[in-house]
Design a binder for this molecule. Structure first.
Ligand SMILES: Nc1nc2c(ncn2[C@@H]2O[C@H](COP(=O)(O)OP(=O)(O)OP(=O)(O)O)[C@@H](O)[C@H]2O)c(=O)[nH]1
Ligand SMILES: [Mg+2]
Length: 244
């Protein structure tokens, strides 16, 4: 599919759950790297640590920042889908997603946006030349790299970083994907979105990023997130990334 000039501003969707120690610095950091026309949407799942209140404060004091409050924690997938719908409804031309814990360096945002002019879906990739992971334990590295390799093999696609969550979608990609039918919640959500885009014929481009471990706050990754990715990926293949 040939990319056309984006209509509408870029929207960056930031999911948060207990990111009170990060959110204010993080929003300041991303705004420095985004064009002035860009919008930032924080999607908070009623974080017990008060992240939602801090986000409201940011929305009040900063241009182009808004918050979507959800009732309870349901995982990354449902939070992102709610954010994507809001961004599309408000006329986004591109929709970016990234973790709100500084694992994804805001310095890469211009590169993702620039590549988004050429490709339908841009992935910030740890597993191509120039990309990498620092500060992760051997076990964590093995889970991540193994997960991407497993998904690549099962799905038969060439994308190297299928589980990463630093992405830039052209709005047409999100419009074409049946968001109602996406059930994945954790890493599987990242795999499913990329696989659906490929199956729909969209062009995917990976640009290298170096991923760092979070410094503040705690991880929401657990065994159930990994297990979901393991059992869902073959189902995606069987279903050809379509709808059941
Ligand atoms: N709204 C919302 N955000 C979430 C949820 N789970 C995780 N997040 C956010 O999604 C981003 C990635 O989650 P992390 O906790 O960093 O998970 P991770 O990247 O798998 O694990 P670590 O890098 O080890 O911390 C962060 O900004 C989280 O705050 C959720 O259920 N709802
Ligand atoms: Mg993280």
């Amino acid at each position: 599919m040939s990319p056309t000039a984006a209509q509408g501003p870029a929207w960056l969707v930031l999911p948060t759950y207990n990111e009170a120690g990060n959110i204010e610095r993080f929003v300041a950091a991303v705004r420095e790297k985004l064009p002035a026309s860009a919008r930032v949407l924080i999607v908070d799942d009623n974080s017990p640590d008060g992240t939602g209140r801090l986000a409201d404060g940011l929305a009040e004091s900063l241009d182009g920042v808004s918050v979507l409050h959800r009732g309870h924690k349901e995982g990354l997938g449902p939070a992102y889908i709610a954010g994507f719908r809001r961004a599309l409804g408000e006329g986004a031309g591109h929709v970016l997603e990234m973790d709100s814990d500084f694992s994804h360096d805001p310095a890469y945002l211009p590169r993702l946006l620039e590549a988004g002019v050429r490709a339908d879906l841009v992935i910030g990739s740890r597993y191509i030349d120039g990309g990498g992971v620092v500060e992760w334990s051997g076990v964590r590295r093995a889970i991540s790299r193994g997960g991407s390799a497993y998904a690549r093999r099962v799905l038969g696609v060439s994308v190297r970083d299928l589980t990463g969550g630093f992405k830039c979608f052209r709005r047409e990609v999100l419009e074409a994907i049946d968001l109602d039918s996406i059930k994945s919640r954790g890493y599987a959500f990242q795999v499913e979105m990329t696989y659906r885009a490929i199956r729909l014929g969209f062009e995917v481009l990976e640009v290298p990023i170096v991923f760092r471990d979070r410094v503040v706050g705690s991880s929401k990754m657990d065994g159930s997130v990994v297990a979901e990715a393991i059992w869902r990926v073959p189902l995606l293949r069987l279903n050809q990334g379509g709808r059941w």
